[in-house]
Ligand binder design. Sequence first.
Ligand code: UD1
Length: 339
Amino acid sequence: MKILVTGGLGFIGSHTVIELQNEGYEVVIIDNCSNSSEDVLVGIENITGKAPIFEKMDLRDRSKVTNFFKKHSDIVGVIHFAASKAVGESVQIPLTYYENNIGTLVYLLQELQEKTEASFIFSSSCTVYGQADELPITEAAPVKPAESPYGNTKQIGEEIIRDTCKIAPQLKAIALRYFNPIGAHESVEIGELPLGVPQNLVPFITQTAIGLREKLSVFGDDYPTTDGTCVRDYIHVVDLAKAHVIALNRLIKNQNKSNYEVFNIGTGTGSSVLEVIQSFERVSGEKLNYAIAPRREGDVTAAFADTTLANNELGWKAELTLDNAMSSAWKWEQKVRNT
Ligand code: UD1
């Protein structure tokens, strides 16, 4: 069965392609390489022994999208990762974010609603919950006003899919609300490759340890948490990738309970910034240079998932630990810098 993975050369996309191929799916990747490299194809082939079909293409080009679906009329499912994801940048260039994240979603759904049957998995985010009133966060927690255009694209994206599913019963969709994806494939053939200065915690830690950054700033130690630093639910990217395949299988086998469903994908455990640093130091044997800095605007105090729904309905559970993730992220950083 042929599956389209948009953004399949990116961090989460590439790990998901591996799991899809391991499951026997035929994968076609669309990626415009704006934040990824074609070299990732080599890593995928080294791991699975099979190169996915690759179309270098920009999904903002409506006619190309239509031609693509004509050419690959046997596609039965789409996992849609292609999107811009830098929160700060989205505030500076909101229309680029709306065009990249919303425009392309609309084009894909327009193609899929023409099919007699189609399955669609959407990359959503725990950012839709903002600072949730109750922890752990269930899917029933209210969606809070978005703090950034990036966050808004995830909220609007979910609404667009829900509205489309209402009028297109042959379309089956699942939105996966990811918590904080980290780590790399154990083979270290693929991993996270942030362009420029990383905004996310784990690549900043590994780049500091390797000597690329002078020190890590811990954004705030006066939050109402056990050690004063923010708490997040860090999920190993391989566990997250597996959740996509399980969600897709559910749709393809018609095991879904409605044609639009939402699941949290996290570990269910919150870790503070200092706990992440301790994990890194434990598994790497390195001492990290860090200092407490002021809070970062827009950060929520704590967010971690209630994963009961994903556990019960999908039969999925995160299996890898924070230490596993930090160890793989460190091995990957060392490989990328050839040390
Ligand atoms: C961020 C986005 C989120 C998005 C996700 C995508 C915000 C507010 N949220 O999540 O919407 O889905 O990225 O990857 O930007 N930290 C430091 N020092 C650093 C970097 C981070 O202390 O140099 C801390 C942060 O304050 C936070 C934690 O580490 O407490 C995780 O930060 P990060 O990796 O950026 O993820 P989020 O902010 O949770």
